[in-house]
Design a binder for this molecule. Sequence first.
Ligand code: SAM
Length: 328
Amino acid sequence: MPYIRTEKHNAEKIRLDLLKKKILDPNFQIFSDDDFVYFPVIKNYLDYDILPINGKLRIHENPYEKILKLIDIDDDLKKYVPKHWEKYGDVVLLQLPYKLYNYKGKIGEAFAKILHAKSVLIYKGVKGELRIPDTEFIYGNDAITVHIENGIYYKFDASRIMFSSGNVDERIRMGKIDASGEKIIDMFAGIGYFSLPIAKYAFPDEVISIEMNPESFFYLNENVKLNDVKIKTILSDNRDFYVSNYADRIIMGYIKTEEFVPYAMKMLKNKGMIHYHDTWTTEELNNKEIKVMEIFGDYIYDIKRFHVLKSYAPHIWHVVLDIKIRKV
Ligand code: SAM
């Protein structure tokens, strides 16, 4: 195996040069002794002296393999250790099969160590109209974290507030719309999932974010400060927020959103855009024109975009419509 030997003080420069020339061999280990560093290369290269060395193969272990190695449980149980997890800042959430509940401490510790997390929680779903997650700590006791996405800081308590990783595309998209000069109302603001990217990147004239869960509202305000953006935050049920003919654009980031449409229409100017999220069955999806007519039939509307964001549950889909409305 051809290796290049270089003095230690020169090693970083040489490593970058080998990478640039694409001759560093990724399959063998780089190693060093007291004076020199040895780089495996894929071919002889005239710029350097080559030494024939029996190098060691590099073992590419992914984090999951490392986690499995670290958990001290019977091998036949290891296949139930979750292969997927969510990491928000330095907090990990995972779904754990009941079979492994007796070993949850060991499992939490292994995930924490390999993923460099301060806390690990079992995620058991979200509950109620406030969409509060049901979680259990299996390592650590503090789930307040700052998750960075698309240059935005989202601070929240992951044990008490949801963050949907599946909505990432939509959060990013909201930052890309041109909302210059617009007044925007986010009716289900949460910790600022959509309000923050809009306020930061979309040049709105004003963003009003309504949230009725005091805990989410607390983090919404924290995030406004952290991201240094201008948002008017309102702690209220959006059905009790009395402004009319005010917004150019309304975000309805919720599920079972239909009953909130009349309230959105009151807040909207005579014409404007609604980003309407909802959870529809496959049947509703297959008859979407009829479904849209049922919801928005009292208005003149134009569907600018229809998108299935993700599968929400078996046969249930999270859909997002950008719909232009003109009140008649
Ligand atoms: N769109 C979010 C995302 O990207 O992850 C998920 C939905 S978010 C959790 C929904 C938020 O709406 C919650 O914070 C909930 O407390 C809030 N909410 C629900 N009903 C509300 C209402 N009537 N008025 C104001 N806020 C409401």
